[in-house]
Design a protein around this ligand. Structure first.
Ligand code: HEC
Ligand code: HEC
Ligand code: HEC
Ligand code: HEC
Length: 138
C-alpha cells in the first residue's frame, strides 16, 4: 500500500513539473515572437497592428515556420509579374541572370529560399554560383 501512495505522489509531482515546463515554454515562445521584426521595406505592414502584420504573411499571429509563397504573391502579384521585374537588360553582356526565372528551376523557387524576413536574405543560387545582385535588398 505504501508503495502505491509513493507511486501516486511521484506521478503527481511529475505532472506538475510538466505543467510548469509547458507554461515556461509558452512564455518563452511569446517572448520570442515579440522580438521578431520585419524588414524596413515591410514596415508599412506594421501599421495594421503587430498581430495582424504577422497574419498577413503567416496566416497566424503565433507562427512557427516560414510562410507559404501564396501570401507573398497575394500582395506582389504572380510569379510571371515578379520575373518581369528583374528581366536582365538584353544589351548588357555582363548582366546577371534573372533570379526569378532561371534555366534550372524556371519560376518555381520558393520566395523564402532567398528572401528572409527576420534575418538577412540570401542568394540561393550562390550555393553553386557567385552572383552579386547589388540591387537585392538585404
Ligand atoms: C512580410 C512577411 C512576414 C511578416 C509580416 C512576418 N513574417 Fe515571420 N517569417 C517570414 C519569413 C519569410 C520567414 C522564414 C525565414 C526567416 O526567418 O526570415 C519567417 C519565419 C518566422 C518564424 C519561424 C522562425 C524560424 O526560425 O524558422 C517565426 C516564429 C515568425 N516568422 C514570426 C513572426 C511574427 C511574430 C511576426 C509578426 C510580428 C512575423 N513573423 C511577421 C515572413 C514574415
Ligand atoms: C500585405 C502585403 C505584403 C505581403 C504579404 C508581402 N509583401 Fe513584400 N512588400 C509589400 C510592400 C507594400 C512593399 C513595399 C513596396 C514595394 O516595394 O513593392 C514590399 C516590398 C518587398 C520587397 C522589396 C522590394 C524592392 O523594392 O526591392 C521584397 C523583396 C518583398 N516585399 C518580398 C516579399 C516576400 C518574399 C513576401 C512573402 C514572405 C512578401 N514580400 C510578403 C507588401 C507585402
Ligand atoms: C533565387 C533567389 C530568389 C528567389 C527564389 C526569389 N527572389 Fe525576389 N529577388 C531576388 C534578387 C537577387 C532580387 C534583386 C534582383 C535585382 O533587382 O536585380 C530580388 C528582387 C525582388 C523584388 C524587387 C524587384 C524590383 O526590382 O522591384 C521583389 C518584389 C521580389 N524579389 C519578390 C519575390 C517573390 C514574391 C518571390 C517568390 C515568388 C521571390 N522574390 C523569389 C532573389 C530571389
Ligand atoms: C546545385 C548547384 C546550382 C544551383 C543551386 C544553381 N545553379 Fe546555375 N548552374 C549550375 C551548374 C553546374 C551550371 C553549369 C552547367 C550547365 O550549364 O547546366 C549552371 C549554369 C547556370 C547558368 C548558365 C550560364 C553560366 O553561368 O554558366 C545560369 C544562367 C544559371 N546557372 C543560373 C542560375 C540561377 C539564376 C540560379 C538560382 C535561381 C542557379 N543557377 C542555381 C549549378 C547550379
Amino acid at each position: 500500500m505504501a508503495k502505491l501512495w509513493i507511486a501516486l505522489l511521484l506521478l503527481c509531482i511529475g505532472g506538475f513539473s510538466q505543467v510548469i515546463a509547458a507554461t515556461d515554454d509558452e512564455a518563452a515562445f511569446h517572448q520570442q515572437l515579440n522580438t521578431m521584426n520585419v524588414k524596413p521595406y515591410h514596415h508599412s505592414l506594421e501599421s495594421t497592428g503587430r498581430n495582424t502584420s504577422c497574419q498577413l504573411c503567416h496566416g497566424s499571429s503565433t507562427p512557427v515556420a516560414a510562410p507559404n509563397d501564396k501570401s507573398c504573391l497575394s500582395c506582389h502579384g504572380s510569379r510571371d509579374q515578379i520575373a518581369e521585374l528583374t528581366q536582365p537588360n538584353p544589351h548588357d553582356k555582363n548582366a546577371e541572370p534573372n533570379p526569378h526565372d532561371s534555366m534550372h528551376y524556371g519560376k518555381d523557387v520558393p520566395c523564402t529560399a532567398c528572401h528572409n524576413e527576420h534575418k538577412p536574405s540570401v542568394i540561393y543560387c550562390n550555393n553553386c554560383h557567385l552572383f552579386k545582385y547589388p540591387d537585392m535588398k538585404p
